[in-house]
Write a protein that binds this ligand. Structure first.
Ligand code: COD
Ligand code: ZN
Length: 369
């Protein structure tokens, strides 16, 4: 089966024919329907986030189940599923304490399936799996707990986006920050994930939602998802602008949704007394961002991280599906570009240049938004 393989940092992905093993007892073989073009994959391609190589990237996907392992009970062939890049083992401390998005076994077996081995091979060479999803491929072997079954009439493109950007963004507003009605919010980075923080804040009745970006087109697009104000961080001092918009106070919640130390510090500086900074993006491994620790204490500010929207994927994705079906959030409207798997490098060149909305690689026709 065809897959886009990440072999070398800062080099294009290579389209190759790979061999896929059969699913083991708790695993599932799926045909990938759609895969989102997310900046996290780009972080790996540039070497600022680390993954064992060679690897198949892609962690925002939807699929149709084709074959199940002997002990699988959660899905059956023909089921439509959202692929979760945080499958749970269900037995570790993190899973048992309500943090399945941080599953210990999943994290300690990064790049492989739960048993520490791979199912992808290139003429005998082992190929690693990003997030136990690896959906930049026609097919994938995933753990059964990484499959979230959905109704067959739900768009498989929208389902793919719920696999990462929607759950990560909306979840950071709903499950992590738990934005209060009437609160003021700033979102630094109005891309695929940031737009979902914005629409999560709108759903929770934030009074002001300030989108901050360096791309005017992205800022303009963000108003469709609920941004009430916009700030171009290249053209003005974003902290001053945010304070101007909030009567000198700063915002109750600032979200960092780009992944750098500068934007993390900016988010922190933009929060008001008692305000909360939520860091969603991952800055390069080992990077440290500066914060004024005196202010942290005297103004009782809070800084917290949010991974995968602090959601329990197998539970909370159904809430996200409900928000989508009831029109509380707009998932189809996020999609601005469609590509084939063969166009994957073009898709990432466009993401690097400055995206507006979300690009998606569509591999199965039908059921589209
Ligand atoms: N100030 C403000 N905005 C900026 C700046 C800046 N200095 N530089 C770039 N931006 C804007 C871009 O113009 C763009 O609009 C936006 O930031 C980023 O959007 P996308 O679409 O390129 O990126 P996303 O939304 O796909 O990904 C953002 C993440 C923060 C999720 C990603 O970069 C990341 O850090 N991922 C790691 C965290 C993680 O693994 N999460 C789970 C899987 S995604
Ligand atoms: Zn992502």
């Amino acid at each position: 089966m065809k897959a886009a393989v990440f072999r070398e940092i800062d080099k294009p992905l290579v389209l190759e024919n790979l061999d896929l093993d059969s699913p083991k007892e708790y695993e599932v073989r799926v045909r990938v329907a759609a895969a989102g073009v997310c900046r996290s994959d780009l972080h790996f391609m540039h070497g600022v986030a680390k993954i064992k190589t060679p690897a198949v990237l892609g962690h925002e996907g939807s699929a149709v189940v084709e074959e199940i392992g002997s002990r699988v009970t959660r899905v059956k062939p023909g089921d439509h599923v959202i692929l979760s890049f945080a499958p749970h083992c269900g037995q570790c401390q993190s899973c048992l304490s309500g943090h399945a998005n941080l599953c210990d076994l999943h994290m300690s077996t990064a790049g492989t399936l739960f048993d520490g081995s791979v199912r992808l091979h290139a003429q005998g060479e082992d190929i690693y799996h990003m997030g136990k999803v690896a959906c930049f491929a026609e097919q994938a072997i995933v753990p059964e707990t990484g499959c979230i079954p959905i109704d067959k009439d739900f768009s498989l493109e929208e389902a793919a986006l719920i696999g990462c950007s929607v759950t990560t963004g909306v979840g950071s507003a709903v499950f992590n920050a738990q934005i209060q009605p009437g609160a003021t919010v700033a979102v630094i980075g109005a891309g695929g994930v940031g737009l979902n923080v914005i629409q999560g804040a709108r759903m929770l009745s934030a009074s002001k939602i300030i989108a901050v970006d360096v791309n005017d087109a992205a800022l303009e697009f963000s108003s469709k998802f609920g941004a009430t104000d916009s700030v171009n961080a290249r053209h003005s001092d974003p902290v001053r602008k945010i304070k101007d918009i909030t009567g000198g106070k700063g915002v109750d919640y600032a979200f960092e949704v780009f992944g750098s130390t500068e934007t993390s510090t900016l988010a922190y500086k933009s929060t008001a007394k008692g305000g909360t900074t939520v860091i969603v993006g991952l800055a390069p491994v080992g990077a440290e961002a500066g914060i004024d620790v005196t202010e942290l204490v005297r103004l009782e500010k809070k800084v917290q991280g949010s991974y995968y929207g602090s959601a329990i994927p197998a539970v909370d994705m159904y809430k996200i599906l409900d928000y989508t079906k009831s029109g509380k959030i707009d998932v189809g409207g996020l999609i601005t570009n469609r590509y084939s798997l063969e166009q994957i490098n073009e898709a990432y060149e466009e993401l690097a240049k400055g995206p507006v909305g979300r690009g998606i690689i569509t591999m199965i026709d039908g059921n589209n938004s």
